[in-house]
Design a binder for this molecule. Structure first.
Ligand SMILES: [Zn+2]
Length: 301
């Protein structure tokens, strides 16, 4: 383990509570979150929400069986126009935010969703390629935090009977970190004759989950195992093989070239500055520069 890298960073740790049968996942992001956020120069409320959204994306995606891309999108009429985070089934995570021009950003720390994103919606998509189903869940943004908004979604969803605790924040040395602790039950597997006991166990598990502090959720020096053990050892917590998450953007030279090839001549001319076209990926902020000769070459090939 490298110096300064937290235990269990950039990973999804699945777990099960043997006593009650509930299961869950603990997502902890260190360098991955810091690299994704560090590619942009967002105001702290936006960066904080992006951090939480990355952790939430990791937690929700790990709860679904799919082969492709899981996307979470927040969209609204506030100063933060939209925020997109996505993860592939291989654990490649990325995200960015779109700001509304001329709209002043509220505050310098955390800002409530209604002031930051305004009226809007939260959407989830699973894309498994052209010939497969796209699952989409969409709900109005209701609540002060992303955690509240996702709980509103859970209440309306057939897919999830769950709760999640989210936090994103910066360490004293300025590194972004994020965490998501999600606990789920599967009503279809629960014994109807033990319903009272199951409800009681669920309430207790939620109290334990609620006792996890923001600092603890993202702490570099508390391992995922140690945290889960502290919270759930009385219910017999069992951990499974963790899955890693890493920052990786899916933009490629080839994709950008295809976009340039599809444009009209006048559109290309408009993009040309000093004989060059600069295409910047919104997700990773990486710029690719094409001179006139390259563009002409592409379009005649
Ligand atoms: Zn990119």
């Amino acid at each position: 383990m490298g110096m300064g890298i937290g235990m269990g960073d950039d990973a999804v740790q699945p777990f099960k509570l043997d006593g009650s049968g509930f299961h869950g996942r603990l997502v902890r992001l260190g360098p991955a979150a810091d690299r994704i956020i560090g590619r942009h120069d967002y105001a702290p409320p936006v960066a904080g929400l992006l951090a939480e959204s990355l952790a939430l994306t990791g937690a929700l995606a790990a709860a679904l069986k799919f082969d492709g891309v899981f996307t979470l999108q927040l969209s609204g009429d506030g100063p933060l126009k939209f925020l997109v985070t996505d993860v592939t089934s291989d654990g490649n995570l990325r995200g960015y935010a779109g700001l509304r021009e001329g709209a002043p950003m509220p505050g310098t720390g955390r800002a409530p969703i209604p002031r930051l994103v305004g009226k809007g919606y939260l959407a989830f998509t699973v894309d498994q390629g052209v010939h497969t189903e796209r699952y989409q869940g969409i709900v109005d943004l209701i609540g002060g935090t992303l955690q509240d908004c996702v709980h509103h979604y859970f209440r309306q969803s057939d897919q999830f009977s769950a709760v999640v605790k989210l936090h994103g924040g910066r360490t004293r040395d300025g590194q972004w970190r994020a965490g998501a602790l999600m606990l789920q039950r599967s009503p279809e597997t629960e014994d109807p004759n033990r319903q009272d006991a199951t409800e009681e166990a669920w309430r207790e598990a939620l109290i334990m989950l609620g006792s996890c502090t923001d600092d603890e959720l993202i702490a570099r020096d508390v391992s995922a195992h140690a945290l889960l053990y502290r919270l759930f050892h009385e219910d017999g917590v069992r951990v499974f093989e963790p899955r890693s998450l890493q920052f990786s953007c899916r933009c490629t030279d080839r994709k950008v070239e295809r976009v340039l090839m599809a444009l009209r001549d006048d559109e290309l001319e408009e993009m040309m500055v000093d004989g060059k076209i600069v295409v910047t990926c919104e997700f990773c902020n990486e710029s690719r520069v094409f001179d006139r000769e390259q563009v002409t070459g592409l379009r005649s090939s």
